[in-house]
Design a protein around this ligand. Sequence first.
Ligand SMILES: NC(=O)c1ccc[n+]([C@@H]2O[C@H](COP(=O)([O-])OP(=O)(O)OC[C@H]3O[C@@H](n4cnc5c(N)ncnc54)[C@H](O)[C@@H]3O)[C@@H](O)[C@H]2O)c1
Ligand SMILES: [Zn+2]
Length: 350
Amino acid sequence: MIIPINIEAKDSKKYNIYIQELQELKFNTKVAIVTNPTVAKFHLQRALSVIKAPLVEVIEVPDGEEYKNIDTVLDILDKLFESKFDRKSTLIALGGGVIGDMTGFTASMYQRGINFVQMPTTLLAQVDASVGGKTGVNNKYGKNLIGAFYQPKAVHIDPVFLDTLPPREFSAGLAEVIKMAVMFDREFYNFLKEADFENRDDIVKIIAKSVTLKANVVNQDEKESGIRAVLNYGHTFGHVVENLTNYTTYLHGEAVAIGIVMANELALNLGLLSQEEADDIKKLLIKSNLPTNFEIKDVEGFYEHFFLDKKSSNGEIAFILPNGKIGTNIIKRDIPKDTIIKVLKKFEGS
Ligand SMILES: NC(=O)c1ccc[n+]([C@@H]2O[C@H](COP(=O)([O-])OP(=O)(O)OC[C@H]3O[C@@H](n4cnc5c(N)ncnc54)[C@H](O)[C@@H]3O)[C@@H](O)[C@H]2O)c1
Ligand SMILES: [Zn+2]
């Protein structure tokens, strides 16, 4: 299956997303595959076997979000200079979102920008991170604060990669899928309720639909000035949960699942979602083996954390909510503090 992307920017950018087992990829320039030891162990041979190029270099970086920083990017750049990569060379990101974000960012900088290709290997990267051209790294001030919008030349999504993915990582990817279904597509949401997450055909349908939904949003709003913000459903609360637990307790998608439950509670309070639908979404999260509970110890402290997020730097918090029912969305920026506190109190623990 091929999903075309056509971003309507001044310098119109077009590329394809391929969802299929990897096929031969021909390059007439030098290619470097950026990956990590975990992914390389399982999938590097598979990738190497399809890439045909005059020179294929493998650049391994350590595995982990803690290495998603400028130092690792500088290491990759050094390797490219050592191997005399030129402006026509191509970088291939073979890995999850961490590898994808760093490789894309490196490609955006090397000699003012070289081609890059995404080969995402986690569900999260396949349905979300590899689509849309956000690239970047973390620093001590926060996550993804240094980066660039830089679109790949192609995205090759091979569902076979997922066979080796730990179940928790798989579920974390499903959280982003559920997010998109609740925001944009009731029919897809119903499909997810019935789907068998261990069935290859169902997984391919899930990837294809998610990519289409995300691509549609990105095509309309590459730089997140409007509708792209809707992809942050569950994230306003989820980021606080990640932050309060020092990014160690939950995977990002798990925190998003909790954030979705919290956002739904807020929507319920504002008359934007029925109790029945909020419960239904929670059931789907549980079916996906995602957490749905979080005990807030300090409600005021939780509220204060919203303002640490880069997306609320002007003192306004954007809440992304269903707009009356599943499959619709609204961005709310004017919710009184009292209302939010009331919602947070619902999650208050001892
Ligand atoms: N650019 C975007 O639009 C965007 C969107 C969402 C998330 N992100 C970023 O993506 C990152 C999270 O991505 P992620 O969830 O893929 O995490 P990740 O890249 O850290 O991968 C998770 C773990 O799975 C391993 N792994 C990857 N593929 C595997 C496979 N096929 N088999 C076995 N193990 C495998 C990885 O080595 C890692 O240990 C975050 O840094 C986040 O900021 C970016
Ligand atoms: Zn996310």
